[in-house]
Ligand binder design. Structure first.
Ligand code: CA
Length: 224
C-alpha cells in the first residue's frame, strides 16, 4: 500500500511540483494551500507523513505543527525559507521530524521522506501482549487469529498502552496522548474507554489484558 502524504504549501506551483514528483515515486498525495485546511486534513489521521511549509496564510506552519502534535506522532517535515535558523530550531523543538530548506533538490526531499517513513515503521510495526496483536500499519487488532473491531479512540488507547507495555500509565497521560490536551472533559473518559476495551477483549477472550493500578492508572502486561 502506498504511503499517503499531505502537502501543506501555499505556493501552488511548488505544491504541484512536489505532488507530481511524489506521484512518480508511488506516493498518494493531498494538497492544502493554507494552514487551517492543512490542519483539518492532518487531524483526520489518514496521512503517513506531512510536508509543512512554515509561512502559510490563515494559520502559520509552526502553529499547525504544534496543534498536530497535540494528538498525533505523524512524521512532519518542515519546509523552511533559506537561512531561517530560528524556524529550524523552534520547528524541531515543537516536534518536527526534520526540515528542508527551500529551494531544495527533489532528490533531497525524497531521501528525507524515505528516512522519516522508515523510522515510523521501526517504531511502530506490530505490537503485542498476551497473544493480542496490534498492527499499526494495517490498523488491525487480532486475538487468536480473530479480528477485533475497535473505534478510532479505542484503537489509539490500546495502541498507547501497548507501546508502554509493562509501564503504569496515568489517566492524565492517557488523556494527553490519546485525547489531546485540548480535551475538556473528565478523566473518567479514560475509565469508560478502558471498560469498552475490556468488553471487546478481556471478556470475549477470557484474559486479563488491561490491569487497573488503583489511584494511578492502567497497565498492559503479558500474561504469564
Ligand atoms: Ca509559504
Amino acid at each position: 500500500m502506498s504511503s499517503k502524504i499531505l502537502i501543506i504549501e501555499d505556493e501552488e506551483k511548488i505544491a504541484r511540483f512536489i505532488e507530481l514528483e511524489l506521484g512518480y515515486e508511488g506516493y498518494t498525495t493531498t494538497k492544502a494551500f493554507d494552514g487551517r485546511t492543512g490542519l483539518e486534513l492532518a487531524e483526520t489521521g489518514e496521512f503517513d507523513l506531512v510536508l509543512l511549509d512554515v509561512m502559510l496564510p490563515k494559520l502559520s506552519g509552526m502553529e499547525v505543527l504544534r496543534r498536530i502534535r497535540r494528538t498525533s506522532a505523524v512524521p512532519i517535515i518542515m519546509l523552511t525559507a533559506r537561512d531561517s535558523v530560528v524556524d529550524k530550531v523552534s520547528g524541531l523543538d515543537s516536534g518536527a521530524s526534520d526540515y528542508i530548506t527551500k529551494p531544495f533538490a527533489i532528490e533531497e526531499l525524497l531521501a528525507r521522506i524515505r528516512t522519516a517513513l522508515r523510522k515510523t515503521k521501526q517504531e511502530d510495526g506490530v505490537l503485542s501482549a498476551s497473544g493480542l496483536l496490534l498492527d499499526t500499519g494495517r490498523h488491525m487488532v487480532t486475538m487468536q487469529g480473530k479480528s477485533i473491531e475497535l473505534t478510532k479512540r479505542e484503537f489509539d488507547l490500546l495502541h498507547y498502552l501497548l507501546k508502554n507495555k509493562g509501564l503504569v500509565v496515568s489517566r492524565e497521560a492517557l488523556l494527553e496522548h490519546v485525547w489531546g490536551f485540548d480535551f475538556a472533559g473528565e478523566t473518567n473518559a479514560v475509565d469508560v474507554y478502558v471498560r469498552f476495551l475490556r468488553g471487546k477483549i478481556d471478556e470475549v477472550f477470557d484474559i486479563k489484558l488491561i490491569h487497573t493500578v488503583r489511584g494511578v492508572g492502567y497497565v498492559i502486561k503479558d500474561e504469564k
